[in-house]
Design a protein around this ligand. Sequence first.
Ligand SMILES: [Fe+2]
Ligand SMILES: [Fe+2]
Length: 206
Amino acid sequence: MHPTQILSSEHRVIEIVLDALDRMAEKTLADGRLEKEPALEAIDFIRHFADGCHHAKEEGQLFPALFEKGFPREEGPVAVMLQEHELGRAFVRGMDQAVPEASEGNAAAVQECVAQARGYINLLRAHIQKEDNILFPMADRMLSGEDQRRLAEAFDRTETEEVGEGVHERYLKLAALLAERYGVPHESLDHIHGHGSTSCGHHIHD
Ligand SMILES: [Fe+2]
Ligand SMILES: [Fe+2]
């Protein structure tokens, strides 16, 4: 599998959790109160899978490979993707900070938490579209067969050396649980097990 295909298949998992988070936000407004446990699970997923595993592969491996090919660092598509990763982290921090009071029904905290969650959802959905439709095809045209092979090896190395067994699987399971709880179709997750990795990179960005 091409490295960009691995990243795109991770996008499909992330989108399922974004859909669940969207429904969680709706329910939170309707109830006037946040459900604490699933909210913390969604934040855990975002930090460890979406950001830790997935964005770490992009930032640590794919983007540097593109810089080597002459992609500009300070402007252009990769610079925009990096800025959006940072914006995403800020939304998640905002969400996290509002969780304790929002789960006690504090009206301002509920509004704040939902606003931060929706900001994150909108940002990430558009971000994923840009990567899948623009950046990744561009990367595939620029990277030679040898570059692709090296990148795939680097992905594998990160996954086996930096993380324990079963982490990737654990977060797929968590995505399925969140989807189930909020009525989001998630059958596609059954087909997203075997892209040659048993786990994923594990950097946390707080
Ligand atoms: Fe990204
Ligand atoms: Fe991505």
